[in-house]
Design a protein around this ligand. Structure first.
Ligand SMILES: [Mn+2]
Length: 310
């Protein structure tokens, strides 16, 4: 598959790289690393994301400013990164070949070529293997993108899938020029007061159920208005729930602008992606998510609690 990918890139004239909407560090880092590599190869390549307002904490990633929000016309090859299902790309299916590069177990294999490696801790780790197979000379910029994605997706090397291979890759990337302290500072130490205030409001909403085995917390539209915080300021809140000692499963509820909800789930043990998939979402063993219609919220929450309690 790596070879087919290389051959396809070789003969393509107009390539567009795309990652999932509301992109995280893995989505952006993976696609930017690939973008930099294809530029080095002299390819005509564009990088796209359907979400117009990107989280500013990623602004230090090389070529971040090159990300366009208008899908380029007439591309012959599209490559997607870190995205488990086609609808999360926010694009229409046109007359292009699609290569799907990901590490989500729940990936629906929507590409013409699918490189899905669930054993990898980040999509960027898959990107590293693919670029290595191309014989790309990996520089500090490419290494920074891949490292940032890996560090964020493993919650700074603390998730259950962190093993010797992850550290070996991190070490290789560091020797290529990635700067771990700088990445940590850019990602973790640039909070606004608005964000801290939003977190305070969120903490007030926390409830424990099932003898403290499940924690539920919520951020409403009103809280954003009150604090001036942004949607991106909520990404670590699920960890606040998950990190309490009795909690086995955390459920973070985010109200979306259309009044529906996005649920983020974290688990210390059980396979939470199974439950999420059953309810129309997806993800990894320990981290998953799903979208829920306004009127379904209570039913879905009851369903999750029932499944967790099994
Ligand atoms: Mn990822």
């Amino acid at each position: 598959m790596y070879h087919d990918t290389s051959a396809l890139i070789e003969k393509s004239q107009k390539i567009t790289l795309v990652s999932h909407t509301t992109p995280d560090g893995d989505a952006l880092g993976s696609s930017l690393a690939f973008y930099l590599a294809l530029k080095k190869m002299g390819k005509n390549v564009k990088i796209f994301n359907a979400t117009r307002t990107l989280a500013q904490r990623y602004d230090f990633l090389p070529s971040f400013s090159k990300i366009t929000h208008i899908f380029p016309k007439n591309c012959d090859l599209v490559i997607s990164f870190d995205c488990g299902s086609f609808d999360r790309l926010g694009i229409e299916k046109e007359d292009f070949t699609l290569i799907n590069i990901d590490h989500h177990k729940s990936n629906t294999s929507y590409g013409d070529i699918n490189i899905i490696e669930p054993s990898q801790a980040s999509a960027s780790s898959v990107v590293f293997s693919v670029l290595q197979s191309f014989g790309i000379d990996m520089d500090a910029d490419i290494a920074t993108c891949i490292y940032t994605a890996l560090a964020e997706d493993t919650n700074f090397f603390t998730t259950k899938n962190v093993n010797e291979k992850v550290f070996t890759l991190a070490s290789t990337l560091t020797s290529l020029g990635a700067n771990p302290a700088l990445v940590a500072q850019k990602l973790q130490q640039r909070n606004s007061l608005a964000k801290v205030r939003l977190h305070a409001l969120f903490i007030e909403t926390i409830e424990l159920v099932n003898d403290g085995r499940i924690a539920i917390g919520e951020v409403s539209e009103e809280m954003f208005k009150k604090t001036g915080a942004l949607r991106y300021d909520t990404t670590e809140l699920v960890d606040t729930l998950h990190d309490m000692s009795t909690v086995e499963v955390a459920i973070f509820i985010l109200t979306l602008p259309d009044g529906n909800y996005k649920l983020s789930l974290r688990s210390k043990g059980i396979d939470i992606s199974k439950i999420a998939s059953k309810l129309g979402g997806g993800g990894h063993h320990h981290a998953a998510g799903l979208r829920v219609l306004k009127e379904e919220k209570e039913t879905i929450l009851t369903e999750i609690i029932k499944e967790v309690s099994k």
